[in-house]
Design a protein around this ligand. Sequence first.
Ligand code: PGA
Length: 242
Amino acid sequence: MTTIIANWKMNGSHSTTEALLEGLSPVLRAAPSGCEVVLCPPFTLLDSVGRHLRGTKVRVGAQNCHQAREGAYTGEISPHMLAESGVTHVLIGHSERREYAGEDDALIAQKLQASHKAGLKTVLCVGETLAEREAGQVHAVVERQLKAVNATHFASYVAYEPVWAIGTGKTPTEIDIASMHQHIKSQTGGIIPVLYGGSVKAENASTILAIPAVAGALVGGASLDIDSFSQILHAAYQINNA
Ligand code: PGA
């Protein structure tokens, strides 16, 4: 199984989304059974994207959620609300939330558990910063991020996203990706699919997806472009058929 998850971040209006989904429609409909495609738009577009994708195998995911089921948490959205709205997946602990929303391992652990309990497929994002990499702490950082949230029990997928590779056009070497993915697998019992994220593009998708320990990709910027994302999906379909 190859999984491609699109993270639109805080991008997209109703009109741009309509155009994007129309453009992607042929490739989304062509997904072979061994490929799973998930689109994660902003909250305001979850419903319309879901409606658009009805009748296809493509799933809808959220980029974040609150850790409580309900209550006096102004401006928040719970995992149960997402599940009730037809959302099947949720990103947890994305580095932009760790950085800009101050999410720490303790909070991420709560969100991960709550989402799992609500029946959502959880995509736990982990990865080191450049400073941590330069200090030789890559394994230690990722091990902490996995253990602190009990990933083995509550993560449906782990997305390895080196922070320095997100939105920068830089990617680790194939050898680095392979060894990190092996390491994450060894830390999580070997059964949780490990996706790669960070500057996945049309140009590098085939190479990255062909690495045996890579179960798929979490795609940011390139998922907003019809041509780029179509090519990434075709690369995934081909690997799955090979
Ligand atoms: P990018 O983002 O593909 O634009 O680097 C990936 C992500 O943040 O999930």
